[in-house]
Design a binder for this molecule. Structure first.
Ligand code: CA
Length: 228
């Protein structure tokens, strides 16, 4: 987890770039500015970026090219700024890995709200104001890896915590055993079905000691998710 992730603004129009910077700074985020795609990528390569606001119409390297380069390297959220309004370009941008899209002229408040949504969703986000995520009566602190149910600390292993973190970051998503393995072990999945089943079963048992709620659903043939 990055402690001081910044928002990178890549926009060649100085007024717009400054406007975004000022609004983000006022909202409590730290950010850095780039005025071309090349400069943006250089700053991105330097590291510590939690989200990118990217204009499409840039001199030299285009926004689309910058988007592809960024997404090749890191799964950071990218929000596109563009004057283009056609449905086709929105779809192709989302297919290229853009996480969201704001059409110019945009309302700065809307952009800030969209940034907040992306940062909440992103496991890489270090600019969150709180490192806690909650689901029902479970609170997980992603910095200290402390998990509580109804205020009581549950002793989970590192892998069990990582599994809960994955689930709680996207409560509506179904995760395959491979997804869970990749995230919690950070290793290549060798098809060890039992490992994940054992860990899920242990998590269920440990949570059950503190609450009657059944938190995790088994989605047969697919994987696991949090219950609605
Ligand atoms: Ca531009």
């Amino acid at each position: 987890m990055m402690a001081d992730g910044k928002i990178l603004i890549i926009e060649d129009e100085t007024d717009i770039n400054n406007l975004i910077k000022e609004a983000l700074t006022n909202a409590g985020y730290s950010c850095i500015q780039a005025f071309s795609g090349t400069e943006g990528l250089l700053l991105f390569d330097h590291g510590g970026i939690s989200l990118v606001v990217l204009d499409l119409m840039l001199p030299g390297m285009t926004g689309e090219q910058v988007l592809l380069k960024i997404k090749e390297q890191m799964p950071v959220p990218v929000i596109i700024l563009s004057a283009r309004e056609s449905v086709e370009s929105k779809i192709s941008l989302l297919e290229s890995g853009a996480d969201d899209y704001v059409t110019k002229p945009f309302d700065i408040k809307e952009l800030i709200a969209r940034i907040a949504v992306q940062l909440r969703k992103s496991p890489l986000s270090g600019v969150k104001k709180s490192s806690e995520i909650t689901y029902k009566d479970i609170v997980l602190d992603m910095d200290s890896y402390n998990l509580t149910v109804a205020g009581q600390v549950v002793a989970l292993t590192k892998q069990e915590i990582k599994i809960m973190e994955l689930f709680m970051l996207h409560p509506d998503k179904v995760y395959s055993k491979q997804d869970i393995y990749d995230y919690a072990w950070n290793e290549y999945y060798m098809g060890e079905d039992k490992t994940i089943n054992v860990h899920i079963s242990n998590i269920r048992k440990k949570l059950k000691a503190f609450s009657d709620t059944d938190y995790i659903d088994t989605v047969w043939g697919i994987g696991f998710k949090l219950k609605k």
